[in-house]
Design a protein around this ligand. Structure first.
Ligand SMILES: *Cc1c(COP(=O)(O)O)cnc(C)c1O
Length: 425
């Protein structure tokens, strides 16, 4: 599937040609399927109209819960199951922040002083991760790193799986062609390595992106398959592996997770992107890093990024470097995975909802009883204060049918399940 690199205003691509003999008109321009309509009363409809406006302004992302709550206070937002994070880890961070920064009156310094320079934070991370500091690029969130790589290292052609996290194609340079590998609903969005490699050989992209587990479907590429893929992709100049959700992937059924970070030594074309937002539930502080060959880090640093962290992000990385924090975090990670698994099982038992297999902290669900995704999402929001994500704007998913629902803490999960039963059942 090939997208010509002409852009319409607002960073939307013009309709593009389909390869691979796939007939998928909704990749082109979403048709509006006929759905069962929901009757909102006048007050609800007025809220829905305001939400829709905010959603439109947010482009292909969603307005943050923060934005919604501020702009539409009447919404009484209770649960954010749209953005993806581990709420137990947020609590852990907050406990430390309170005890070590706020109570001892050190917050002022975090706010008033410059944070350390990028290389100082990289050196600190290098020591704990047992990696060369020169091989770490610290970002203001993973999104900044993705932009940096796409702008500086990618050349003519990038291959991205679809559906995907949209910055991987939205932030490509105008002279970069984007090629998509479509993950198929009929195959539960499973990644097929043989078909993928065939596409790589045919298209010869200079950059490939593998998000593992993938967003928005939660599909997972097992570690052994990943290692084989890295071997096979040796000749591709840039291989991006985005592990923003790897802490939730429980390969086998133990809770150990399998990162390819150490493979950067063996594969100089590999760049492993790590967002701290989801695992540690700290999206607001904008912390992320990537591991890659030192010459690549130097190339990216040529564009700046001197003080691109913040005092809070630096404090987070300090904690992240401490074994006592890591030990506590590990307990919260496992607790969250356990609860999330139960949540996904309960979701899958709701009539009218098809839940796809997930290794992440969210599930992609398909509506099967004629209700449209938007109507469900607005109903959940205005009637129950639950924020979920329609996938109507996600390329590669038939519009009107899919919602992405994030796992939260246990009471919130039960509230989501009860609400869904009431609204769909
Ligand atoms: C959320 C997300 C990111 C960006 O995370 P930030 O660190 O908050 O910028 C990167 N990659 C994927 C796949 C994501 O879902």
């Amino acid at each position: 599937v090939i997208v010509p690199r002409t852009r319409e205003p607002g960073h939307k691509f013009k309709p593009f040609a389909l390869g691979l003999g796939l007939s998928a008109p909704w990749l082109h321009r979403p048709p509006r399927p006929a759905h069962r309509r929901v009757n909102f009363n006048a007050r609800e409809q007025a809220l829905v109209d305001r939400i829709k406006r905010l959603k439109k302004e947010a482009g292909s992302h969603s307005p943050s819960a923060w934005t919604l709550a501020k702009q539409i206070p009447e919404l009484r937002l209770k649960v954010d199951a749209c953005f993806l994070s581990n709420p137990y880890a947020t609590h852990l961070f907050l406990t430390h922040l309170h005890r070590e920064v706020i109570r001892p009156r050190k917050l002022r310094a975090l706010l008033e002083l410059y944070p350390s320079q990028n290389r100082v934070i990289a050196a600190k991370l290098g020591r704990v991760l047992d990696l060369e500091p020169d091989s770490i690029f610290v970002g203001n969130g993973a999104v900044e790193i993705i932009q940096a790589i796409l702008h500086r290292l990618t050349r003519q052609k990038i291959l991205v799986n679809l559906p995907t996290f949209s910055p991987y194609y939205e932030f490509a340079r105008p002279d970069t062609q984007v090629v998509f590998n479509l993950l198929r609903k009929e195959e539960e969005f499973r990644f097929d390595p043989a078909r993928y490699l065939e596409l790589v050989r045919r298209e010869r992209p200079d950059t490939v992106v593998l998000i593992n587990p993938n967003n928005p479907d939660g599909g997972y590429i097992p570690y052994a398959v990943m290692l084989d893929l890295l071997e096979e992709l040796r000749d591709v100049p840039n291989v991006i592996v985005d592990e923003s959700f790897i802490h939730f992937a429980c390969e086998g059924l133990g809770y150990a997770y399998w990162s390819v970070v150490d493979e950067v030594r063996r594969f100089p074309n590999l760049m492993v992107v790590k967002s701290m937002s989801k695992d540690f539930g700290v999206a607001g502080i904008r912390a992320g890093y990537a591991v890659m060959a030192p010459d690549r880090v130097r190339t990216l640093l040529d564009n700046g990024y001197l003080w691109n962290s913040s005092g809070l992000a630096e404090y987070f990385f300090d904690l992240y470097s401490r074994p006592d924090f890591q030990e506590r975090y590990e307990r919260e990670r496992i607790r969250f995975i356990r609860n999330s698994r139960r949540f996904f099982d309960a979701l899958a038992r709701i009539d009218g909802l098809r839940v796809y297999p997930t290794h992440a902290n969210f599930a992609l669900a398909e509506l099967q009883n004629g209700l449209s995704a938007e109507d469900l999402v607005w109903r959940l929001l205005v009637r129950r204060g639950i924020y979920t994500r329609t996938c109507d704007d996600k390329r590669g998913l038939e519009p009107g049918k899919f919602v992405r629902i994030a796992a939260r803490n246990r009471p919130e999960n039960s509230y989501i399940i009860r609400s869904l039963r009431r609204l769909i059942g």
